[in-house]
Design a protein around this ligand. Sequence first.
Ligand code: AMP
Ligand code: MN
Ligand code: MN
Ligand code: MN
Length: 280
Amino acid sequence: MLNIDLHCHSTVSDGLLTPTQLVEHAAARGVEVLALTDHDDVGGLDEARQAAAATSITLVNGVEISADWRGQTLHIVGLGIDPAYPPLAQGLASIRDGRTVRARNIAAQLGKFGIHDSFEGASRNAGDGHLIGRMHFARFLVEQGYAKDVKSVFKKYLVKGKPGYAAHQWVPLSDAVDWIRNSGGRAVIAHPARYKLSKGALDELLLEFRALGGEAIEVVTSSHTPEQSLLFARHSQRLGLLASRGSDFHGPGESYFDLGRMPPLPANCTPVWHDWNATT
Ligand code: AMP
Ligand code: MN
Ligand code: MN
Ligand code: MN
């Protein structure tokens, strides 16, 4: 079976390994095809490609776009994109600018609760000129002793209804799908079980996504239980959507599945990579 992992993060977004370290980590675990899918940024792809050239890994150009559908934040993975395609590159730059504004709002919220200098702390964790996100705040809050790990920090501080939450308007789902498709890529709904949609709303999302030109959903991911993988395998078959497989790896010990260590797709799914020449 092909060892393929189509969702992971480097230090260019909120991962802990540089693109080079990530590719080396993947190679050491037997990954054959890897997509680097940093949040709202394609800045790690060149380095990852160079690193992959020294291994037997086939690197797929990827991205994970933060999008909005009916007030709900969705993550849309793009696979096989052209990172230089201007509407995609410009759209991602505008999302990153919005993230800086949101980070200021998160820091202001935390300040009201007596937690100071979190913008500076999170920025240090994000690295120079790189995108800033909640994970960088989470790691700062753990450093400062507010919680024992990032998982509990999210629960206590960074989600809706908690002190460090700031509402944010992401790009419309249709823009994310258009940028991916028009750059030659395939749009995939990341970790669909995470959105906690009702059955009806989920169906509406899947149908609307398909109508917009979306082609796949993640079936096997660190966010899904085995039952949820089976459920989304059935949704993919029922709606003629392709099935993807990605660990959503952020760093050693930070994701449920390590790179290259996921179960296979359930039987009867059509893999999102079924027609990729380099891998079939
Ligand atoms: P952002 O895109 O800045 O809103 O941050 C989202 C990222 O935060 C996700 O990609 C995960 O890396 C991380 N994250 C979100 N929720 C949680 C959680 N409950 N526990 C741990 N990490 C989380
Ligand atoms: Mn992340
Ligand atoms: Mn995600
Ligand atoms: Mn991710």
